[in-house]
Write a protein that binds this ligand. Structure first.
Ligand SMILES: [Zn+2]
Length: 450
């Protein structure tokens, strides 16, 4: 209902930094009032229209009328990914299917897919927020926006697509794959903005270099990357090879899709759009809220979703929150770089390891290309980690062994685990077309299912 009015408030000045200046710079006290009013609506929607949510709220002893302050959020039960699978396909929806306008689904590695639905108004809100997100990232009306996120059931492609159109961009729906053609289209159409996963952005850079195309001399200025965790070192590598400012954005289909949070030009944390989402950080073990600046699991409550209201959705992503003022003038809190998913965290001989930590080591080494694969196995009772890396073009094979030794030494000293490193010739590690597969965990399941 409120989504449509926001379009009318768009800043018409072409030099303006904000697509929705009133919302993006709203004083935090006013933002909190808006959040409380919308939270009450959202809890009411879940309670009245989703039997499973009503039962849970009753079990927790909370009714929608009990939400009097934002602190009452703590009384609401959590929602987890398995809830969506357990109520497959439509059991979490607050609207009949005939009243929806679109369905998306993500394929799970195990079991049933996760299905999400949108009303017509939900799609309007999503397009508005994604337009705001692109503008915040540095896109401007009239920009050619090359969208290499996959189109289809995955929310990345269509999410960026409709946002780019609403922002006033010229969208090129490239989707994933045919990397050589993508390079040609970026050059020929004069794309100023590239949307992709960070790993696919690197694959595009590599293909360009192999074809003798210098993307640093192209019109590209802004890269909006997301859908997988990436390190600061990877960001600098992408910026150097593509000649653009690489902006991190965050979203997940369970709460909407892309467009939930995005960096501004400061590149110092992603502004989470608090007029549509409530963000919390909790200790994943005790489920208690963490203080500002403390790392923990990100939990999101939707404030305006009609078809699929989410109460305290546990994202499994690890982050920290800052409400400190940002130089860009936006008042919305910042999610300080998502370090990785708690699901992705490997516990190797008792040491907590995120693949992004190993990535940060690899990307910093001069003779290594930024492609890698971690294989974790159980040998006897001990965990064993193999790291496959790739030499840069032109590095002689006689150096591979010395490089491997060097890489293992750096991982040991910076991450704290011993690894077996193999250096492979350029091009031997499979490239991703979408979300990269960086880890093969061949150990028996580490914990009981939820
Ligand atoms: Zn900012």
């Amino acid at each position: 209902m409120m989504a449509k009015s926001e379009v009318g408030m768009a800043d018409s000045s072409p030099a303006g930094d904000f697509l929705h200046p009133l919302q993006e710079t709203m004083p935090r006290e006013q933002l909190a009032e808006l959040q409380l009013a919308r939270l009450r609506e959202s809890v009411r929607n879940a309670h009245d229209n989703v039997p499973m949510q009503r039962a849970r709220l009753r079990a927790a002893g909370v009714s929608p009328d009990d939400i009097r302050t934002l602190a009452d959020l703590q009384r609401l039960p959590f929602t987890v990914k398995t809830d969506l699978r357990d109520h497959y396909p439509f059991g979490m929806f607050a609207r009949p299917v005939a009243g929806l306008a679109r369905l998306h689904a993500s394929s799970g590695t195990t079991g049933k897919p996760t299905v999400v639905g949108y009303t017509r108004d939900d799609l309007e809100t999503w397009a508005d927020l994604m337009a705001r997100t692109l503008r915040c990232a540095g896109a401007r009306p009239g920009d050619v926006i090359h969208n290499a996120f996959g189109y289809g059931l995955f929310t990345g492609g269509l999410g960026a697509h409709y946002g780019a159109e609403r922002m006033g961009g010229v969208i090129v729906p490239a989707s994933g794959g045919s990397t050589e053609r993508q390079v040609a289209l970026i050059m020929d159409f004069g794309a100023r903005v590239l949307c992709a996963t960070p790993s696919y952005a690197l694959a595009i850079a590599e293909m360009a270099e192999q074809s003798g195309v210098d993307l640093r001399k192209s019109a590209l200025r802004v890269g909006m990357f997301g859908a997988e965790p990436w390190s600061e070192a990877m960001r600098r590598e992408i910026e150097a090879r593509l000649g653009l400012q690489a902006i991190d954005n965050y979203g997940l289909s369970e709460v909407m899709g892309p467009g939930v949070a995005v960096e501004c030009a400061q590149q110092d944390g992603m502004h989470g759009w608090e007029d549509h989402f409530l963000f919390e950080v909790i200790d994943p073990d005790t489920l208690q809220p963490m203080g500002e600046g403390e790392a923990g699991e990100l939990v999101i409550t939707t404030l305006t979703k009609q078809a699929l209201p989410m109460l305290r959705y546990r994202t499994r992503d690890i982050t920290r929150i800052s409400t400190a003022p940002c130089a860009c003038g936006r008042t919305h809190l910042r999610l300080l770089r998502v370090a990785g998913r708690s699901d992705d965290m490997l516990i190797v001989r008792g040491v907590n390891v995120y693949p992004s930590q190993i990535e940060a080591v690899l990307v910093g080494l001069p003779r290594i290309a930024p492609h890698y694969l971690l294989v974790v196995e159980r040998r006897g009772s001990l965990d064993h980690v193999s790291v496959e890396v790739e030499a840069r073009a032109g590095v002689p094979a006689e150096q591979f062994q010395a490089i491997a030794h060097d890489v293992a030494h750096h991982i040991k000293s910076l991450v704290g685990i011993s690894t077996d490193v193999t250096v492979k010739p350029p091009g031997e590690i499979p490239r991703s077309q979408g979300k990269a597969v960086r880890v093969r965990d061949l150990r028996p399941p580490p914990r009981l299912a939820q």
